[in-house]
Ligand binder design. Structure first.
Ligand code: ACO
Length: 425
């Protein structure tokens, strides 16, 4: 709390509201007393001006285009760290010592198997099932296998559940993919690192040897790091909201996955590649699509453009753009969609509509192209985002449950329906 206050004038008088400062990025007006003192509530569609919590997990500077996890820039982490180390950092708040990382990695590695009974769950879905639906269902189903680990106030149960989720989600995602392909499930391999093991479960077959390309594994590791946390975004807020009722970690994360699936959030990476395909097939007429995106009567959006917080280039997109050519070159794919993306970006960034609204490429604009270059089918893009975001979800959920200020999330409403009336009969 700092000494500054805000005076709110309303019909019945004045209310002095304290300002709460953060360590970076400005503060907020604490309106905790607003309704009690004035009978008024705050109306804020999309929570665009509302901080739902204090948080120390990640810092997003939308004006400068910066993102930091626990104080470390994503640029530095992408260069010097690994995804599992970042997962540790987000959960425990500090980078691990060598010994701590070794022990954490071993623990994750030893929890990658799914309970055999869970395999029947995959059989129940149609072959055409979107893997995000399977991911959320399987994550919820995991709660049924670990009923003794539901108590959010038991630190051991929370730590163990977080570990199980991080260990098992790649197995779930790979099984969902194998199911869609009609191929046998590949079991995890403890001799491989986290990302290589996932790639093996995805692309290997029992009938022949499969070598994981270390360039692909490194690129995917960086992609996962870049997705690991992002303040109070839609899916993270959903995880927190579900968890605020003291729902267990598995089911809270499953709720977040459902929120991530939407095309305005994590589903955008799939939409971007579909859009680029469409532009390619339609004679590469960028102007037509820019015009459609600007037309208020056309529901079409330029997927992968715009962000609630970034009013500058999304730093994740910047890293991915510079990385994209490098990776695409190394894996030897010649992707015409990358050239279309670059030209579309150039056209949009020189167009007044996008300039005035400060709409820049977001992480999804280039991540889909990278996932594609690494050999993933389009439907797996959002599950990859989910694997990347999982450490953020569990860290934020734990921060919420440990915060003594946490209350059940329960927004108010301003009622606009029919006033009281009688049934006339
Ligand atoms: N294409 C065309 N116009 C856009 C776009 C876009 N991609 N994004 C925003 N605009 C326009 C809006 O129509 C609005 O115009 P107006 O002022 O004339 O009404 C203005 O820019 C402001 O946009 P809002 O939708 O009000 O901004 P908001 O912060 O609510 O939405 C969002 C942010 C959802 C990300 C939006 O930019 C969007 O839909 N982008 C496309 C989907 C996407 O890429 N999502 C991924 C986000 S990143 C992530 O989740 C990891």
């Amino acid at each position: 709390m700092d000494d500054r206050t805000v005076i709110l004038k309303y019909d019945g008088g004045e209310l002095e509201l304290p300002i709460v400062e953060g360590t970076e990025g400005g503060g907020g007006i604490d309106i905790g007393n607003l309704r009690a003192k004035t009978s008024l509530v705050a109306l804020d569609y999309g929570f665009a001006n509302t901080a739902g919590t204090m948080s120390g997990v990640s810092f997003v500077d939308g004006e400068a285009g910066e993102l930091r996890y626990r104080g470390y820039s994503i640029e530095e982490l992408a260069e010097k760290s690994t995804f599992l180390e970042v997962a540790y950092l987000l959960f425990y708040g500090e980078l691990p010592t060598e010994a701590a990382l070794e022990s954490y990695t071993q623990n994750v590695t030893r929890h990658t198997l799914l309970n055999e009974e869970m395999k029947r769950l995959f059989d129940a879905f149609p072959k055409s099932a979107h893997p995000m639906a399977i991911l959320a269902s399987a994550t919820n189903a995991m709660a049924t296998f670990y009923p003794d680990f539901h108590n959010p106030t038991d630190p051991h149960a929370v730590e163990q559940s977080a570990l199980r989720l991080i260990a098992k989600l790649p197995t779930v995602a790979a099984f969902a993919y194998k199911k869609s392909m009609g191929q046998p499930y590949m079991y995890p391999r403890n001799d491989l690192d986290y990302v290589s093991n996932f790639l093996h479960m995805m692309f290997a077959l029992p009938v022949e040897d499969h070598e994981v390309d270390p360039v692909v594994a490194k690129a995917l590791d960086v992609l996962l790091i870049l997705h690991a946390d992002h303040g109070q975004n839609c899916s993270t807020s959903t995880v927190r909201l579900a968890g605020s009722s003291q729902a267990n970690l598995f089911t809270s994360v499953a709720a977040g996955m459902s929120a991530l699936w939407g095309p305005l959030h994590g589903g955008a990476n799939q939409r971007v590649v579909e859009m680029l395909h469409q532009i390619d097939e339609d004679g590469r007429d960028f102007e037509k699509y820019i015009k459609k995106a600007k037309d208020p009567n056309d529901p079409f959006r330029l997927w992968g453009f715009g962000h609630r917080v970034y009013k500058n280039y999304d730093p994740r997109a910047r890293i991915l753009k510079s990385f994209a050519y490098q990776v695409i070159d190394r894996v030897g794919v010649d992707d015409p969609l990358l050239d279309i993306a670059i030209k579309l970006e150039e056209a949009a960034l020189s167009d007044d509509y996008f300039v005035e609204r400060r709409l820049y490429p977001n992480v999804d604009f280039y991540s889909g192209l990278m996932f594609r270059a690494l050999g993933f089918p389009v439907r797996m893009f959002t599950p990859l985002f989910a694997i990347g975001r999982l450490p953020g979800w569990v860290a934020q959920w734990r921060e919420m449950t440990e915060d003594p200020e946490t209350k059940i999330g329960r927004p108010r409403q301003i009622f606009t329906g029919h006033p009281a009336r009688k049934v006339e009969r």
